[in-house]
Design a protein around this ligand. Structure first.
Ligand SMILES: Cc1cc2nc3c(=O)[nH]c(=O)nc-3n(C[C@H](O)[C@H](O)[C@H](O)COP(=O)(O)OP(=O)(O)OC[C@H]3O[C@@H](n4cnc5c(N)ncnc54)[C@H](O)[C@@H]3O)c2cc1C
Length: 400
């Protein structure tokens, strides 16, 4: 890593660099200049120093021996025996990447009494499920969990390592990356591999205005966290030849400064990500009251209401309902887009839906490019008809 070098024979402690630093990262401590962790190496202090006492010291990067790393390792997240659904998505993607590279997929699972879950995960096709099973691992605690994953990674030296971009995955991944001395791409929405084994990690950047493709050519493992619901989940395979390997939970692994005093379940906001059906409203609804009509259709279909960003900006809907690049990514069985033009930022969050129906007055609207079924017309004519038909159908079948 690069640092700022201070030539103490020139530095007069004039304080110019302290005043110039936009990150408040320079301090004078006990008669010496000190650069804190906030330093971004922006070099403003170097330019401002009247004595030219500061310089950037570039240290050559140590590259890992790529050839000695192979296979894909994923972290299987579980809580109280419930495996987080993002795990199946990671397994699905991990298997695909491993297959392309002619390598294997391994899973690491940590918890208390999780042997059953390990056997269950094996059915999805990984070569190995490594298990750390101990009562002290019942709750997620960052130090032992980090040590456990790092142990497996140091042992098998994976080429690629994936975690869910969940609150747990997001806190665990940077620690693991730091311990392993490698990079990390957070919040990926897409992954692919080059024939040379480099992982192409795609994620939105600059507020979603560009999709950045990031590679980690000099370091291994290549680590990424993956957004929930952007990858297709794995399905159980016919013959699962893998094995479960139980690993030792010794004192050193379990050491922690965190004491869990109790656990109060958080009222989970299941959100629109969990809905099988989403009826989404765009600016085409024209007025806030239009959302009631959309809500009526969603309710009849047992679904949730989604919206485009302008509706959140207008204050008509909650940001948790926003679908898209800067909102939620959804993968329902049915997505009905009402009065939505189909801007790339919106489509990025819903194109994974199994069936997309679009209602729009403009036959040229880009939403029709991704829709499986398009209805050209006024949503205020079409949606009430759909509602009437659904009610009629329900009455015919004696449904409530
Ligand atoms: C960095 C960035 C991030 C963004 N993130 C998101 C995001 O996460 N999610 C998101 O949604 N947007 C996002 N946006 C905004 C995005 O670019 C679009 O502006 C937005 O999606 C457009 O919303 P809309 O389709 O509701 O509105 P419009 O583009 O205005 O489309 C309205 C549509 O309704 C149709 N219409 C009008 N009246 C009727 C009617 N009576 N019946 C049927 N159809 C009708 C029109 O023909 C038109 O196609 C982002 C933008 C930026 C710059």
């Amino acid at each position: 890593m690069s640092t700022i070098r201070v030539d103490v024979s020139r530095c007069t402690l004039c304080g110019e660099c302290v005043a110039a630093c936009p990150f408040d990262a320079v301090e004078i401590v006990q008669g010496a200049l000190h650069f804190t962790e906030a330093c971004r190496l922006c070099r403003i202090c170097i330019r401002r120093c009247p004595q030219e006492a500061l310089a950037l010291e570039e240290r050559p990067r140590e590259h890992t021996e790529r050839g000695t790393y192979r296979d894909v390792l994923i972290f299987a997240e579980q809580h109280e025996g419930h495996v987080h659904p993002v795990t199946y998505e990671l397994i699905g993607k991990g298997l695909e990447l491993a297959r392309e590279l002619g390598q294997k997929l391994h899973v690491v699972l940590i918890g208390s009494g999780v042997r059953v879950q390990a056997d269950h995960l094996l059915a999805y096709g990984p070569a190995t499920v490594y298990v750390f099973d101990h009562p002290d691992l019942r709750w997620f605690r960052i130090e032992p969990y980090t040590r456990a994953v790092v142990r497996v990674a140091q042992e098998i030296r994976p080429n690629i390592m994936l975690l869910g971009a969940t609150p747990i995955g997001r806190s665990l991944a940077p620690r693991i990356a730091a311990r392993l001395g490698t990079g990390l791409t957070a919040d990926c929405t897409s992954l692919s591999v080059k024939p040379n084994g480099d992982l192409v990690q795609t994620r939105p950047a600059f507020g979603g205005n560009v999709m950045a493709q990031i590679v980690t050519p000099g370091h291994r493992p290549q680590m990424a966290t993956i957004r929930y619901k952007v990858m297709a989940p794995a399905r159980p395979v016919q013959a699962a030849p893998g094995r479960v390997v139980e690993l030792l939970c010794d004192e050193d692994l379990l050491r922690t400064d965190i004491e869990v005093l109790g656990f109060t379940p958080y009222e989970l906001d299941r959100g629109i990500e969990e809905a099988d059906v989403i009826v989404a409203a765009g600016r085409g609804i024209g007025r806030a009251e239009g959302l009631a009509l959309i809500g009526q259709l969603a309710e009849l279909l047992g679904g949730a209401v989604g919206v485009t960003r302008p509706l959140v900006e207008q204050g008509w809907a909650d940001h948790r309902q926003q679908v898209g690049m800067s909102g939620r990514t959804v993968r329902p069985r049915l997505y009905i887009a009402c009065g939505i033009s189909g801007a790339v930022q919106h489509v990025a969050g819903m194109r994974g839906a199994e069936h997309i129906v679009a209602i729009n007055t403009d036959p040229e609207a880009p939403i029709f490019d991704v829709a499986h079924l398009g209805l050209v017309g006024d949503l205020y004519e079409i949606v009430p008809k759909l509602i009437d038909d659904l009610k009629e159908g329900a009455a015919l079948h004696g449904l409530p």
